[in-house]
Ligand binder design. Sequence first.
Ligand SMILES: Nc1ncnc2c1ncn2[C@@H]1O[C@H](COP(=O)(O)OP(=O)(O)OP(=O)(O)O)[C@@H](O)[C@H]1O
Ligand SMILES: [Mg+2]
Length: 225
Amino acid sequence: MERIKAESVSYSYQNKYQTVEAVKEVSCTFESGKLYAVTGESGSGKSTFLSLLAGLDCPDSGRILVDGQDISQIDRDAYRREKVSVIYQAFHLFPLLTAVENVMYPLEIRGMARREAKERAKEYLREAGLGEKLYDQYPRMMSGGEQQRTAIARAMASGGKIVLADEPTGNLDSENEEKIVELLMSLAHDRDFVVIMVTHNRQIADSADVRLVMKDGRMTVSEGQ
Ligand SMILES: Nc1ncnc2c1ncn2[C@@H]1O[C@H](COP(=O)(O)OP(=O)(O)OP(=O)(O)O)[C@@H](O)[C@H]1O
Ligand SMILES: [Mg+2]
């Protein structure tokens, strides 16, 4: 099912001295149940495109539709809170919340009672491969791979089933990298998420369902399956 559609999206950064056209007339669609890999040289616009999909910036022209709605026309705070989860290379967990509290957060803001949220959060953490003794740890006490699993468990707990991951394995060794990619893959294939992942790793890109390549702000679909 089609979830996200970018229609001729462009975005520039401007300062006093210059304008950088970071994203140029990008059109593509993203379906649930699929893992998309976005590759391309440094500076080609991958992170900028992801931040547009995340509703963190607005396109200068063109539009982004999520479930048929133009995200510039809807409450973007609610969109970010309820529909998309963003996973970064440097882990963005809430530092003052434990692993289980981090995962409870999206459940509680949707109104789930604390006790039930806690039980659910533990299930998600378990499914993300995190051992029970880590549930009450704070992020600073966890390894990079453990933090990233927690971030993925939190994404599982968010309602919208859209995950945008910007080099999620950039800080991990290859063993952890493989496991995190498997987890993201299972979100797409087993839970019907749409997962859009920026990666510099060729092998990982090749394992995705669809590969997108950015070059100088433009996007091409390199292959599908
Ligand atoms: N805040 C900003 N202000 C001005 N220019 C920016 C800003 N952020 C990014 N750019 C420029 O926009 C272009 C695209 O940057 P972007 O971060 O999207 O690239 P990227 O493909 O994610 O690169 P990388 O692989 O290095 O992460 C680059 O030319 C970059 O210099
Ligand atoms: Mg980037």
